[in-house]
Design a protein around this ligand. Structure first.
Ligand code: B4P
Length: 184
């Protein structure tokens, strides 16, 4: 699941994973769990997340290694907010290929910047997240445009990218994603 912060990746990933029996992994959730636990990793990353930057590829790829062992009871795995850099994308391709697996589809949720800012500010009223303030949101959008957005080209070249408008209701967006998955 690709898309800028606030585009609905987490929202949609939970719905789709639940409907389709797919294992859902959100690197954002994993990193927040580390921070809440006060682990060594959590201490290392809290400043980066609070300022809207990206956590290092090594830390995030390690988390992915820990969470992606084979899970035969699920119909696959849905990566939410990962990869966010070209190095992470290359790492994931290699990890899957070593297991004889591959990515089936990459869903990119397309939402305009002002709607993203409004959504995250709204979420910030109750989330308690340090990165849900206006200045940090704008930084996260810049980071997305300068580093993560190039992954659209990466997956387009692999013929895996499906771009979906994410400005409609949560239910409408979920049914569009479901349609794509049903036709894989
Ligand atoms: P994430 O947890 O991934 O944060 P996010 O991008 O804001 O989440 P998301 O985009 O899923 O939010 P959602 O749309 O569900 O990452 C947080 C931080 O962790 C990053 O900034 C980075 O520092 C670090 N990190 C995570 N992964 C990393 C990686 N791979 N590499 C390096 N660093 C990494 O929700 C937005 C809001 O919109 C919600 O309130 C929702 O209710 C609302 N909403 C959703 N869909 C809607 C719709 N259709 N209409 C109206 N509102 C909607």
């Amino acid at each position: 699941m690709l898309g800028p912060p606030g585009s609905g990746k987490g929202t949609q990933a939970k719905i789709i994973a639940n409907e389709c029996g797919i294992y859902h992994i959100s690197t954002g959730d994993c990193l927040r769990t580390e921070m809440q636990a006060g682990s060594d990793i959590g201490k290392k990353i809290s400043g980066i997340i609070a300022s809207g930057g990206l956590v290092s590829d090594d830390i995030v790829n390690d988390l992915i290694m820990q969470h992606t062992h084979p899970r035969p009871h699920f119909n696959g795995c849905l990566f939410d907010g990962y990869p966010r850099t070209k190095a992470q994308a290359v790492f994931l391709d290699q990890l899957l290929s070593d297991r004889g697996e591959t990515i089936s589809v990459v869903i990119d949720l397309d939402v305009d910047s002002e709607s993203l800012v409004q959504r995250i500010l709204e979420r910030g009223k109750s989330s308690g997240r340090l990165d849900d303030t206006e200045s940090v949101i704008r930084k996260r959008l810049e980071v997305y445009e300068s580093i993560t957005a190039e992954l659209k080209v990466y997956y387009q070249k692999q013929g895996k990218l499906q771009i979906i408008s994410g400005i409609h209701s949560i239910e409408d967006t979920a049914s569009k994603i479901q349609h794509i998955i049903d036709h894989l």
